[in-house]
Design a protein around this ligand. Structure first.
Ligand code: C2E
Ligand code: CA
Ligand code: CA
Ligand code: CA
Length: 279
């Protein structure tokens, strides 16, 4: 940490002190956390709305911090982005995810797809494609079972490099989804520019489908737009049956949200899929 000089501290408010204190606790341990195996990937089921079956999951990072307990990614991903740890951390996530796909291969879970979040730095660095080739190739994984989620804002930081990356991913048969669709400031023109498979409708739009007619219209129009471009749609943050029914009535293919399941540890996810298979 920078030495700010003793006198500066008196200007901090109490909240700022608390926030700074937490940040220091997180930042100070972040690098070590990877070596100490304090990270875990939780899996949140993604459900086919037509059949109500689990077709895969999104991998979501969790950090078991020795002092703070379970820390969610919204608290440490921004720090990891700034400090550069996001690169080794993102590599670990891809390693874990592909290890799961490899473990499922040939068994009763072989059909499951895994979606992994990519940070802006990962997308725009040179290491991603060689890493993916190594991870998928060495384990003989069907690339179509891996989906990479890229936010609109990350992609638009460098549209040309994103365009090339997405083209390369698709050439390998890896699936690509645009995450948090509709929340960025960019125009829709990138839908034409980028080769993608799926868009993820942000929870911010799904949340008020029942109460805000504008949001209902936006969601319906987004699904129709995606379909007319040949893209599939997954809605995130689905919490109620009414939201699910609305999405299904608009032919949204897939959904994810607390209505179906929260993100859970691997063993619990596998048990969930197996229980469902017996129905
Ligand atoms: P995201 O990619 O938009 O992930 C969806 C977030 O919504 C997750 O939060 C998930 O737990 C939450 N969620 C899912 N269904 C519901 C619901 O029905 N209601 C509500 N209220 N929330 C729901 P989470 O796990 O805290 O992750 C937050 C963000 O952290 C993610 O947002 C993603 O941007 C980032 N993140 C998580 N894992 C990774 C990772 O491995 N790499 C990178 N680069 N970012 C990650
Ligand atoms: Ca995501
Ligand atoms: Ca999202
Ligand atoms: Ca989000």
């Amino acid at each position: 940490a920078k030495n700010q000089g003793r006198g500066n501290f008196q200007f901090f408010s109490a909240e700022m002190n608390a926030a700074t204190h937490e940040r220091l606790l997180l930042e100070g341990r972040l690098w070590q956390a990877l070596e100490q195996h304090e990270f875990e990937l939780y899996l949140q089921p993604q459900v086919d709305l037509a059949t109500a079956r689990i077709i895969g999951a999104e991998a979501l990072l969790r950090w078991h911090h020795p002092e703070l307990g379970m820390v969610g990614p919204d608290r440490f991903i921004p720090i990891a982005e700034e400090s550069g740890l996001i690169l080794p951390l993102g590599e670990w996530v891809l390693h874990e995810a592909t290890a799961r796909l490899a473990a499922w291969r040939g068994g009763d879970l072989a059909h499951l797809r895994l979606a992994v979040n990519l940070s802006a730095r990962q997308c725009h660095g040179p290491g991603l494609l060689p890493l993916l080739d190594r991870l998928l190739g060495s384990q003989g994984i069907d690339p179509a079972l891996l989906e990479l989620e890229i936010t609109e804002s990350a992609a638009m930081q460098d549209p040309e490099s994103s365009r090339v990356l997405l083209e390369q991913l698709r050439a390998r048969g890896i699936k690509v989804a645009i995450d948090d669709f509709g929340t960025g400031y960019s125009s829709l023109s990138y839908l034409k520019l980028f080769e993608i498979d799926r868009i993820k409708i942000d929870r911010g739009f799904v949340k008020d489908i029942e109460t805000d007619p504008d949001d209902a219209v936006i969601v319906a129009a987004t699904i129709a737009l995606a379909h007319s471009l040949g893209l599939a749609v997954v809605a995130e943050g689905v919490e109620t049956e009414a939201q699910r029914d609305f999405l299904r009535s608009k032919q949204c293919e897939e959904a994810q949200g607390y209505l179906f399941a929260k993100p859970v540890p691997l063993a619990q996810f596998e048990a969930m899929v197996r229980t469902q298979a017996q129905d």
